[in-house]
Each structure stands twice: as structure tokens, then as C-alpha cells.
Design a protein around this ligand. Structure first.
Ligand SMILES: Cc1ncc(COP(=O)(O)O)c(C=O)c1O
Length: 373
């Protein structure tokens, strides 16, 4: 059994993807070919934003808005320590300081009630709090109702890290569309993934869209001269071939979301009451990037994961070390006990196989092993 099985999906779209790749080999526009704007148009319509700027990874999708908004040394950007390292890494890459805000019990997402205190702490350290990066962890959008309010109260703008959230919704609005700007990843293991690295940025802001397109190509100016550079940028383009793969995957994405929900429902139905299953609050949908559970204790997690391994079932821990305790962030001066909710999650969380093509009998087998353990 595989943790994420891309083979069945590949068989489903193989012919159409190959046709598209062949067309690119023939038209020869390997960089910024016509498939790129075609994809951006479809993605913007899907997410419900005015603009979509495709790019080379989810990491660049987070980095580019920080660069475009001029975030740098002396600035603080608030985020959760219970996330993949890229969320905080981009803050450090522009020379700003990550300021962590604990996750909330119940969901795995940032706690809006703790943002205000973190802003005060950042100011006390002489930093200028500029932005907030909530993460739609495991596929569930963060609480943008409360987050947008608290961000406005504290003069912060929001970058939504929807790298795991693409396809989820909050109050009928799609992940990627919250805050000033949203970022997603098309890493192959993501709910919408390509056959390599890729990402996209979403915004309604015309000026930010213009700046992001400039940052994407080495800070290029608006004119015809591509060697006229108006700001520091990167090479952040999405390959034409990846855009083609994504166009075919987007065509079956809604169908796959239904299947992901089927898998999550089947897990929760069998496991609720035995382990702490992920609950989706009223008004939200998850795209189920991961199906993540909490065991009763670290020891129980070891026991369950050991039993799964013995039965040939893969399971993974996202994330064993919260970011404030990572060696790379030792310089920020945080200590064990600073973010108790995130630390508790790290000690008990584990994720089960999750993909749209998981069969009912496989789900049954996984649940039987967990219940027995
Ligand atoms: C929450 C989160 N943020 C950022 C990223 C970075 O995306 P990428 O791997 O495409 O650079 C990921 C992907 O793993 C992620 O899960």
C-alpha cells in the first residue's frame, strides 16, 4: 500500500497529458508557453480571484509576495510553528523575523486569539509587524473570519499559505482567495500536483499582480526591454510542461475532491471514539491534503504506527518538531514550552494514507489495525 498513490490517477489522464506534452514539444515554447496563461485563467476562475500568477514552487509562491511587498530586515511576519518549514523559511530569506503564534486546539491551524499578544511581543523587541501567514494545514482553511479581523486591528496584511489547502473552502469561498494574497503548491503529493515543482499565487490586487509578474522574471520592468530591471526578483516561472499537466489534473480535480471526502468520512466513521479524528468545523470543507489523527500519547502513537508498519501500511508524522524547536531557528531564542499546543500536536500527530483512489477494503484494513493496536 502506498501513502499517496499517483499511479491510478496517471492511468486515468495519461493519454491527454501525453497529447499536451507532444503539442509543447512541437510548438517549442518551453518557457512561458500558451499553456501557462491558459492555466492561470482557469486557476483564477476556480479560486475566484481576479489574478493568478503561476510560479516555480509553493515556496516561491510565498516568497514572491514578501519580495513584492518589500518586506525585509526589521520587519516581523507572524506565522504558526506547526507547519512545514517553508512557511517560515521565506520570512528569513527576505531578512525579516518570523514571530510564532501557537496553533489552536481543535484544528491544527493558527490561533487567532493569540495574534495580538505576538504583535505586542514583536514590537517590544523593536520589530515592525507587517504581515501574517496563516496555514491551511492538512487541507482545512484557517479561521479567516477571525484572522482577517485581528489582522486589520493590528495593521497586518495576510498571505494565505494554501500550499496544502487548494480545494478547501470557508463560508463557500475557496482556499487561496483569503487575505491580500494566497499561495499554493503543486508539488506532486499535493491534492492538485504536477509532475515536478510548481506553485501559484492568487490576488485581487492589480498593483500586486503587476509586481509579482515582475518579481517572477528577475524584477523585469513593464516595457518591451526584458533587460530593464526595476526591482530585485528571481527566476520563479512555472514550466510550460507543468502547466499542461496541471490543466489535465484540474479537469478531474473536483471529482477527486469528492473521493478524498469519501476516504476521510470512511476513516472518521470507523475511528471516531478510538483516536482523536480530524473534525471539519461548520462552514468549512477540507481538501484532505492529509488525514491526520492524534493518538492519546507519544507512546500510543509509536504503538499504532508500529502495528501499521508491521501490516505493510505506511504512516507519516507531520510534523515531529515544531519550527520554534528546530535547530535552524535556535537563533530566534524560543524554548520548549513556548507553544504548548503545537508541541502537544507534534508529540501525538500521525497521518494515514490519503488519496482519491484508496479502496474501501484498504480503509477497512487500516482501521482494523489501528483499532486492534
Ligand atoms: C504548508 C506548506 N507551505 C509551503 C510549502 C512549500 O511548497 P513547495 O514544496 O512547493 O515549495 C509546502 C509544501 O510542502 C507546505 O506544505
Amino acid at each position: 500500500m502506498q501513502f499517496i498513490d499517483l499511479t491510478t490517477q496517471k492511468d486515468r489522464i495519461r493519454e491527454r497529458v501525453l497529447q499536451r506534452l507532444e503539442a509543447i514539444v512541437d510548438h517549442g515554447q518551453y518557457v512561458m508557453g500558451p499553456e501557462v496563461p491558459e492555466l492561470e485563467k482557469q486557476l483564477a476562475a476556480y479560486v475566484g480571484t481576479k489574478h493568478c500568477v503561476s510560479c516555480s514552487s509553493g515556496t516561491d509562491a510565498l516568497l514572491m509576495p514578501l519580495m513584492a511587498m518589500g518586506v525585509g530586515p526589521g520587519d516581523a511576519v507572524l506565522t504558526t510553528p506547526f507547519t512545514f518549514v517553508a512557511t517560515a523559511e521565506v520570512i528569513s530569506l527576505v531578512g525579516a523575523t518570523p514571530v510564532f503564534v501557537d496553533a489552536e486546539p481543535g484544528t491544527f491551524n493558527i490561533d487567532p486569539d493569540k495574534v495580538g499578544a505576538a504583535v505586542l511581543k514583536a514590537k517590544a523587541k523593536g520589530l515592525n509587524p507587517k504581515a501574517l501567514i496563516p496555514v491551511d494545514l492538512f487541507g482545512l482553511p484557517a479561521d479567516y473570519g477571525r484572522l482577517e479581523q485581528v489582522a486589520a486591528e493590528n495593521g497586518l496584511w495576510i498571505i494565505e499559505d494554501a500550499c496544502q489547502g487548494f480545494g478547501g473552502t470557508f463560508n463557500g469561498q475557496r482556499a487561496g482567495s483569503f487575505g491580500l494574497v494566497g499561495a499554493t503548491s503543486f508539488f506532486p503529493a499535493k491534492p492538485l500536483g504536477c509532475y515536478g515543482d510548481g506553485g501559484a499565487i492568487f490576488t485581487d490586487d492589480d498593483e500586486l499582480d503587476r509586481r509579482l509578474r515582475s518579481v517572477r522574471v528577475h524584477g523585469q520592468g513593464d516595457g518591451d526591454d526584458k533587460y530593464f530591471n526595476v526591482r530585485i526578483g528571481i527566476n520563479g516561472r512555472l514550466d510550460t510542461m507543468q502547466a499542461a499537466v496541471l490543466l489535465e489534473k484540474l479537469a478531474i480535480f473536483d471529482d477527486e475532491l469528492v473521493e478524498r471526502q469519501r476516504v476521510a468520512d470512511a476513516y472518521s466513521c470507523r475511528l471516531r471514539g478510538r483516536v482523536d479524528v480530524p473534525e471539519v468545523p461548520e462552514g468549512y470543507t477540507s481538501c484532505w491534503a492529509q488525514y491526520s489523527l492524534l493518538a492519546a500519547s507519544r507512546a500510543d502513537r509509536e504503538k499504532i504506527m508500529g502495528a501499521l508498519q508491521q501490516a505493510g501500511i505506511p504512516s507519516v508524522i507531520y510534523y515531529r518538531i515544531p519550527l520554534h524547536l528546530q535547530k535552524a531557528y535556535a537563533g530566534l531564542g524560543y524554548a520548549k514550552g513556548d507553544f504548548p499546543v503545537s508541541e502537544d500536536f507534534s508529540s501525538r500527530v500521525f497521518s494515514l494514507p490519503m488519496h482519491p483512489y484508496l479502496k474501501d477494503e484498504e480503509i477497512q484494513k487500516i482501521c482494523d489495525v489501528i483499532v486492534k493496536a
